[in-house]
Design a binder for this molecule. Structure first.
Ligand code: AMP
Length: 442
């Protein structure tokens, strides 16, 4: 089915949602929204292949808000009606913000649950009751085990950035969460890539899903001007500082492979007179939020980050992404450079490539299917073996409480709770009539 929507009005969303979208100046649904929202409103399961930056959040947030806003049940203590599972705290916070923005004129409560901070506030929020819960897997399981959260009244489940979740080792946690979901639910599943493991997980979770695919990787990365600068490792600092002095260079995100590398580079860059913010998995939640806030507010124009920031962070007007180190996972390259060129703006991605990283470059070009332009002033270095893994990248994000959980080693293998006789489709069909909605909301 190929659905082409011209305006949000055609979606027939609740008036309070339409109002919020107008205030956000959203006029035309993005392709993922145009394709996802109508079947999701009907209560169908969705299998969406899309990256952040495509408008994916609204694609699942609007149907959830429309459904819950039309229903307007009182939020029950510790029993959310909708759960969005996200891989990192940053993404969870961003999704929570979006829920609140789009749901501004509805009386729905959204709660956030993620690790790395004291749980008390989160527990209080859950006790008070929230219609929508946005969570990372580790802390969610902790609070479920402590009896603060029950998922038995859940009606909609969203798994966001599923491939990222698997990369970060969350599969056992996800399966454990899924095993606690009621079988009568709607599930929306989003992933930037669809490797076999993801397809398998999706088939266990979803029932006759509506498939939406909006980001052929090759075209999305083609929009960003990309360049490879060959160099020796020791030359990278000087090259970066020169680049930062460039006239056309505004806000820059610089990616390093390890947390230690990020700290060292930040120190050297500050010493060179350029203030920077740093974000990586060893920083406390407060420090990460502070760094992002300073970057967002343009107090600093350079953010040094490990891959924890490569996904989900939505900051406009990032003119350059610099891959100070090339990532060892080629998918990370696509996510990193996607931090620039957002919302149709032009973006530039510059990648430094030393002899140790030539193999990574090969993998990246194989994945994106294009040969990236080389800086004509740089000379290809001699091949060297890949750098040793410092463990700074793969497990960088949002994993504090997950690790804690794994150390306990108590989580049993559980089957996926996917069998269901009916979904909320029919229930929803009834609720979803125009008359019904208007009477509830007006
Ligand atoms: P996301 O992929 O959900 O992270 O969204 C990327 C950015 O696009 C966010 O800044 C959204 O506010 C923005 N956005 C999402 N949908 C629309 C739309 N239909 N029109 C304009 N901007 C949008």
């Amino acid at each position: 089915m190929d659905i082409q929507l011209k305006t949000f009005a055609e979606l027939n969303l609740l008036p309070p949602l339409e109002r919020a979208l107008k205030e956000q100046n959203y006029k035309i649904p993005t392709p993922i929204q145009a394709k996802t929202i109508p079947p999701a409103l009907e209560g169908k399961d969705i299998l969406g292949c899309a990256q952040t930056g495509t408008g994916k959040t609204a694609a699942f947030a609007l149907p959830i808000l429309d459904f819950l806003g039309g229903d307007m049940r009182k939020a029950r203590s510790g029993r959310p009606q909708a759960l969005v599972l996200a891989p990192t705290r940053e993404l969870a916070i961003q999704i929570g913000d979006s829920m609140r923005v789009y749901g501004k004129h509805l009386k729905l409560r959204t709660a956030l649950v993620f690790g790395g901070v004291n749980q008390n506030k989160q527990v209080r929020e859950m006790q008070r009751g929230a219609h929508i819960l946005v969570a990372t897997p580790g802390r969610l399981l902790d609070l479920m085990q402590q009896g603060h959260i029950q998922l038995d009244e859940l009606e909609v489940f969203v798994l966001d950035e599923a491939d990222r979740m698997l990369d970060m080792g969350f599969l056992p946690d996800i399966k454990r969460v899924i095993s606690k979901l009621p079988s009568d639910r709607q599930s929306l599943f989003f992933s930037a890539t669809m490797p076999p493991k993801i397809v398998e997980l999706a088939s266990q979770l979803l029932s006759s899903p509506f498939r939406v695919d909006v980001t052929p990787k090759k075209t999305s990365v083609k929009k960003i001007k990309q360049k490879i600068v060959y160099c020796e490792r020791s030359e990278k600092v000087g090259l970066l500082h020169k680049l930062l002095r460039g006239e056309d260079v505004g806000r820059v995100i610089v990616f390093t492979r390890t947390k230690r590398g990020a700290n060292t580079l930040a120190k050297k860059t500050e010493k060179a007179g350029v203030p920077v913010a740093v974000i990586h998995g060893n920083k406390s939640q407060a420090a990460r939020q502070k760094a992002l806030k300073a970057f967002r507010a343009k107090k600093v124009r350079v953010l040094v980050a490990t891959d924890v920031a490569a996904r989900g962070i939505d900051i406009d007007n990032v003119t350059h992404v610099v891959n100070y180190d090339l990532p060892n996972e080629p998918e990370s390259y696509v996510h990193r450079i996607g931090r620039t060129g957002r919302a149709g703006a032009e973006g530039i991605a510059v990648s430094f490539c030393s002899g140790e990283e030539l193999d990574y470059l090969d993998d990246i070009e194989k994945l994106i299917g294009i040969k990236i332009e080389r800086d004509p002033n740089s000379v290809k270095p001699a091949w060297k073996p890949k750098p040793k893994q410092g463990g700074g990248q793969r497990r960088g994000g949002g994993s504090t409480s997950r690790r804690k959980g794994n150390q306990k080693g108590k989580r049993s293998k559980s089957s996926l709770g996917n069998s269901r006789s009916s979904k909320r489709g029919p229930k929803r069909g009834k609720r979803n009539t125009k008359e019904n909605r208007r009477s509830v909301v007006a």
